[in-house]
Unconditional design. Sequence first.
Length: 407
Amino acid sequence: MFSYFSKPRPSGGIPRGIATTGPVLFSYGFRPFFLGASLWAIFAMAGWIAALTTGIDIAGEYGPAHWHAHEMLFGFSSAVLAGFLLTAVPNWTGRLPVSGRPLAYLFALWVAGRLALLATDVIGLKFAVIIEAAFLPALLAICAREIIVGRKWKDLKIVGGLVLLSAANAWFHISVVRELDVDAAARLAIGAYVMLIMIVGGRILPSFTRNWLNKFGRTDFPVPYNRFDTVTILVGVAALVCWTFAPQHIVTATVASAASLLQAARLIRWRGWTTWPDKIVFVLHAAYAFVPLGFAAVAAGAVGALDAYPVMHVMTVGVIACMMLAVMTRASRGHTGRPLAASNLSCASYIAIIGAALARPFAEILPAHYHHLLALSGALWITAFALFCIEYGPMLVRARRAPRGAA
């Protein structure tokens, strides 16, 4: 059984167009970027906790709070997105993947951005943000080229998401340099990720669920994509736009409430509870459940029932990080020739990231327990990605397993 990201391989199990010389790590986009993202998730969270508890100076002129927000949105998350797109787009378009030396250069550009923000006192703040801001436009150019040349016009929505992320990153940096509020730029970035999850989730969740049910001869399939899904996505995008530019407005509350209800109905139509025995599929539904919850939080924030940061953390840790970890585990298994089944370590990582997503917003909601909940959420976050590194790190740096029966 192949994952959504995979197509059958030629004999010998070597995917077409993938570099056969040099480090295995740079043979396919998911390998360096999933590994880099998980390692950076651990380091960046540990650095942020150290800055909070010891007052250690991190990121110099950029500031520890801005650095933490930026590296969760544009450091960790952009790497996972790159690993996904560099793996999925070639399968959508039928074109050769970025592999070998070009992939190594792109990954080096991402790494340079991480190092630059840590060295602002050495190389200067403006030079650091210029270096960091180069990665997303580079990824955008690659994906746009492949989609346009491959004439997959329906996938231009993905390019639109990358345009928004590139703009949000530039806006975030400009706000830091000019000492302006960064929250609107952060909301734009969060909105872009959530939009991509709504679009791609609508393709992969029903597909995976249908495939799993079909294996057992069941016919209670998810409702296939139709106009309801289109309307649901459009209402969700409208709610995200309102939240970005008017987070505390009655219109935002109204549209976000509608988006929450529609997304909940959409999730029910996918019949995720039927996949409970297959945790690697079920966790995708569990992660998507944070989408209607996130829109409900946006609505609550718009009427003053929630502060801004709990709302953001429902979206970032709940929607974005949970879905990214779920996708990373499945794609890594599918593309390295492993069975598409969640191990005990994988299940533990799912529990940890969902726990982090639930604990983090309550840190602001329950100020008397702020530090305890913050520590719990941070520890669970680090645990989730440490478990991913332990289990999947060796897979990502080793050659793909040959199909059974191959010579």
